[in-house]
Design a protein around this ligand. Structure first.
Ligand SMILES: [Zn+2]
Length: 458
């Protein structure tokens, strides 16, 4: 099966290469902002003159840019032309998403009109779709247009191996900066062998939690990665340090030049944030890979992450455990493994229901770590109880239980099923909620242009 997959590697650029990477990202941002200013200006003009043409697509924006670049950016030749195209492409997509969102042809949360990007505030990135894009056979270097050979921090063997075997074709490369470090991400078309779960007939319920990373209905407890707690303490300490330095805001609320100490403290803090994100990401990847490879059916809860983050006491812990991530990762990993992912409805009371007799408690405080059922006397770890309820949910669906609610089945294809465990809160299925639909792995899959495709000619 052919899938779009991204391979991301940290880079170890020389100071000179760092400057060129910054220049590329800056060029993309410049073209984006220039294009946005032009679109706004033309939209204004059109209010009085209907004949004014607004460049709305990438080809139209490119034409305008090529006409104007000598004047507005005489230094344009310093970067690959892909750099500017990348910025304009991002703008064209933004405009397209806004228009589609407004017309109601686009799902998900409402998309606003594109906004200007600011250095240091917006993500620095740039995408290359043509030219010399490849991973070098030594597995420690990559080549990008104009930037030449860049050393990677880690081995590229996972991708290099596939490219050599002809099971991966590089479609594009994106450079980006985060946590004070440069990365390259290759979007590839990968031929994956169709796998099957080790236990195709077994279903597992997963309660993604705060205290532990996850509790499975099998009774297995997956702990948070150990270094996370230490890094969180460091984060708190570094945040206080930063607050003590002279920042960009003076006490009166005006702007001032931040001190060198502040800059340093900020860089340190960014690094810790990146470290925490990496630790968490790694743990979630391990968990979801294991689940997808092991079980025929995985059941998770659809969590109202956006709504929960508004609860300040829980905010950090929940943001930490990355609940939305688990679902996003499982969506494609279950597909790759021929498994099935079932997402329970937002209002399915997995924590409040007794996994023994099905009684639903009216109230269950977060402090109650043990579920104690008054009806049947069952006493069980709260998270394990929830995981078992999730696992049991599938049975109800498969038997054809009373169906009135939403259960999304994202397994072998983009199919949706509706079903609900009998008796639980009818009539709420259609209620709008602040759920965040994370995009799948193919988010960057819609490429424009053609890549200097290593692999196809290898
Ligand atoms: Zn009970």
């Amino acid at each position: 099966m052919a899938v779009h997959q991204a391979y991301r590697f940290a880079l170890d650029p020389t100071p000179r290469q760092q400057a060129r990477l910054s220049s590329a990202a800056g060029g993309a941002r410049f073209a984006y902002n220039w294009g946005l200013a032009l679109v706004k200006q033309r939209l204004d003009q059109r209010k009085t003159d209907q004949g004014v043409v607004v460049p709305w697509t990438l080809p139209a924006l490119r034409r305008e840019w090529n006409r104007a670049k000598a004047e507005v950016a005489p230094w344009w030749a310093e970067n690959s032309k892909e750099v500017y195209s990348s910025g304009l492409d991002a703008l064209a997509r933004g405009l397209g998403s806004w228009a589609a969102s407004r017309a109601g042809t686009r799902g998900g949360p409402r998309v606003g009109f594109p906004r200007f990007k600011r250095k240091g505030r917006s993500r620095s990135s740039c995408r290359f779709t043509t030219g010399a894009i490849r991973v070098e056979p030594d597995r420690h270097h990559v080549t990008l247009p104009r930037l030449g050979q860049l050393k990677t921090h880690e081995s590229t063997r996972k991708l290099a191996r596939r490219v050599e075997q002809g099971t991966a074709r590089i479609l594009s490369a994106t450079i980006s900066r985060s946590g004070g470090r440069w990365f390259v991400s290759f979007t590839c078309e990968v031929q994956r062998a169709q796998r099957s779960p080790r236990q195709p007939a077994v279903r597992v319920g997963v309660d993604v939690g705060i205290k532990h990373l996850a509790v499975l209905s099998t009774g297995k407890v997956v702990d948070n990665p150990a270094p996370l707690a230490a890094n969180l303490r460091r984060l708190a300490w570094q945040t206080r340090q930063l607050a003590r330095c002279q920042g960009p805001r003076d006490p009166a609320g005006g702007r001032r030049v931040p001190s060198a100490n502040w800059q340093q403290a900020k860089a340190r803090l960014a690094k810790t944030h990146a470290r925490i994100a990496n630790l968490r990401q790694d743990a979630l990847h391990r968990l979801t890979s294991e689940l997808a490879a092991g079980y025929g059916t995985v059941v998770v809860e659809r969590l109202n992450v956006a709504g929960m983050i508004q609860n300040p006491r829980l905010a950090r812990a929940i943001a930490d455990s990355g609940m939305g991530q688990v679902r996003r990762l499982l969506t494609y990993k279950c597909r790759w493994n021929n498994g099935r992912l079932v997402v329970a409805d937002l209002f399915f009371p997995s924590s409040k229901t007794c996994s023994g007799c099905g009684t639903v408690k009216a109230k269950l405080s977060l402090a109650e770590r043990v579920y104690a059922c008054e009806a049947c006397g069952l006493r069980l770890d709260r998270d394990l109880n929830a995981a078992r309820n999730l696992a049991a949910l599938v049975e109800t669906v498969e038997v054809g239980g009373i169906s009135s609610s939403k259960v999304v089945v994202a397994g072998s294809g983009p199919e949706t099923e509706n079903a609900r465990r009998g008796g639980a809160r009818p009539g709420v299925a259609g209620r709008s909620s602040k759920k965040r639909e994370a995009s799948g792995p193919g988010r960057d899959g819609h490429q424009t242009g053609t890549a200097g495709s290593q692999g196809s000619d290898a």
